[in-house]
Design a protein around this ligand. Structure first.
Ligand code: DX5
Ligand code: ZN
Length: 223
């Protein structure tokens, strides 16, 4: 009998109703979400603008769940301290946006936070070779960052499998998370490829039956 590995769900609040953001976070927490994914965009690294540290600050007392902040911003080292002080538990920077990635990872550690590194669909797994042992989480983008509700890019699956092998073969304590286009149709493939933490925005907050139905639909595909 094959046993499914334990999968964690990270609802992305990008798809939530911003007029009732705190309620949306409380709702998914009650439905068993494992962490809250906060998409920070600066209009430069990606063509969209979203949240700053103040949103993290206001969400911090709303839930005990870890808050992971996905920094889709240019030169993220400028804002690490602000997001750490605001209450983030994990700071995820993009490999493509951090000029001195090793230094940025050290800066996250010095703030006492978990360090994650994201890679865009076009960035190879090998770009993380020199930092994998130093980070807590790899975020493999399965869409081009910038917007919710985009179609899953299936060509990223090989890279996810490669990252899984590298992490396992080296015995690294590094989570493998995927972000973008994860829904009931794609969840099986990303888990089979080796992802263990799944970000989902539209599939949860945009589900026609609401987050409860959305999370149930995702779980139903995990068997
Ligand atoms: C995209 C963001 C994602 C986004 C995912 O740039 O990083 O976290 O919210 O949204 P869905 O799940 O709708 O693809
Ligand atoms: Zn994200």
């Amino acid at each position: 009998m094959s046993v499914r590995p334990q999968i964690k769900l990270a609802p992305s609040i990008l798809a939530a109703d911003m007029g009732r953001l705190a309620d949306a976070v409380r709702e998914v927490a009650e439905l068993g979400a494992d962490r809250i994914h906060i998409d920070v965009m600066d209009g430069i690294f990606v063509p969209n603008i979203t949240f700053g540290p103040i949103v993290v600050k206001w969400l911090r007392p709303v839930t005990r769940l870890p808050l992971e902040v996905h920094l889709m911003i240019d030169r993220p080292e400028r804002y690490l301290e602000d997001f750490a002080k605001a209450g983030a538990d994990t700071l995820i920077v993009h490999q493509e946006g951090a000029l001195h990635l090793n230094r940025t990872i050290q800066a996250i550690r010095a703030l006492g936070k978990k360090a994650g590194v994201a890679i865009n669909p076009a960035t190879p797994a090998g770009a993380l070779e020199e930092v994998l042992a130093d980070i807590d989480l790899v975020l493999a983008m399965t869409v081009n960052p910038g917007f919710g509700g985009q179609a899953f890019i299936a060509s990223t699956l090989g890279k996810i499998a490669k990252l899984r092998r590298t992490i396992d073969d080296s015995g690294l304590d590094c989570e493998l998370e995927v972000d973008g286009g994860v829904d009931a149709d794609t969840i099986g493939a990303v888990v089979d490829a080796g992802a263990r933490v799944l970000v989902a925005g539209s599939a949860i907050f945009g589900a026609p039956g609401g987050p409860r139905a959305g999370i149930a639909a995702l779980h139903s595909r995990l068997g």
